[in-house]
Write a protein that binds this ligand. Sequence first.
Ligand code: F6P
Length: 367
Amino acid sequence: MIKRVGVLTGGGDAPGLNGVIRGVARAAQNNYNVQVFGFMDGFHGLVENKYMALDMANTSGILHRGGTMLGSSNRDNPFWYPTGTDAEGKTVFADVSDQAIANLNRLGIQVLIVIGGDGSLHIAKQLSEKGVNVVGVPKTIDNDLDATDQTFGFDTAVNTVTEALDRLHTTAESHHRIMVVEVMGRYAGWIALHSGMAGGSDVILIPEIPYDIDIIARKIKQRSAQGKYFSLVTVAEGATEKEGKQVVAKMVEDSFDPVRLGGIGQVVADKLEKATGHESRTTVLGHLQRGGTPSAMDRILTTRLGVKAMDIAVNGPYEQMVSLKGSEIVTVPIDDAIDSLKTVKPDSEIVYAAKAVGICFGDEYDD
Ligand code: F6P
């Protein structure tokens, strides 16, 4: 009989984390009489034994709130955990997974629900190899996890970017400018593709389709010739010029994935200004895409994922991730989700549709 379940939110936050926590805690109490413990700040709380008991009362009023009531961290991997500094002041790392597992055992926790992206789910998988019963819930605004049709947080991020594009559209038009908008997504172009289409972008640049600046400049000049003296360009942070490299903003050495992309927006704006003679401006939306109130779709999705995660926690099988397939919530092996990143297919129907309405991806001349 499962009586005690742990839950944590790991990695970069995403709108909807609270909806999953609420779904887990409430299904536990209403359907199974199971006690839920939430670990604070992702795997940090698991290693340091920092937790709180979750119930109906303290999961009330959080569905519409962004962030996570438990806190999160994209560092603090129990298998490579910062334990101090050496003589040169450099951080020293050690495998403290046994300490994390001892904390679970001491609390009598029989199943751990990990709400996270590929980094956190990799750790969940490693814990399961050491005998921990784990259930995964797919989180990330980037939508780059395989084995689920959509991750939660993505819809909200796309809505945020779309609203920003609508605002930039009007000022771009007034000043006859090229407005370049840099969006998140790491190595996948989902946010740029979806928000760029919804926001009426003239150009969308994504990592999966390397671009040629001359092709984009030609598109912008064509628009001018047709009396459209402004252009909206949505650039994924991971986009690259043909034979070019991704632009890295910084390295965060103790993170699951140390590379932080950023800066490509300004590079594109400068090159387009030079190539077209049109004044250009850049907006980097950054963490605005991660914050704020979740969309209605994400609130419903997270509630369903949280409830399903508790069903699996009680009934098994473990080492599974709850997942959206079509309109159903199903379970898939965690391995399937972390095997490879889900990226945009250049020959997919959605890219075809975008091109058909005139959006330029910088890969081919359309005249
Ligand atoms: O994975 C989510 C994400 O927001 C990416 O889109 C972005 O590249 C990265 O996290 C930013 O990480 P940080 O919060 O460390 O700046």
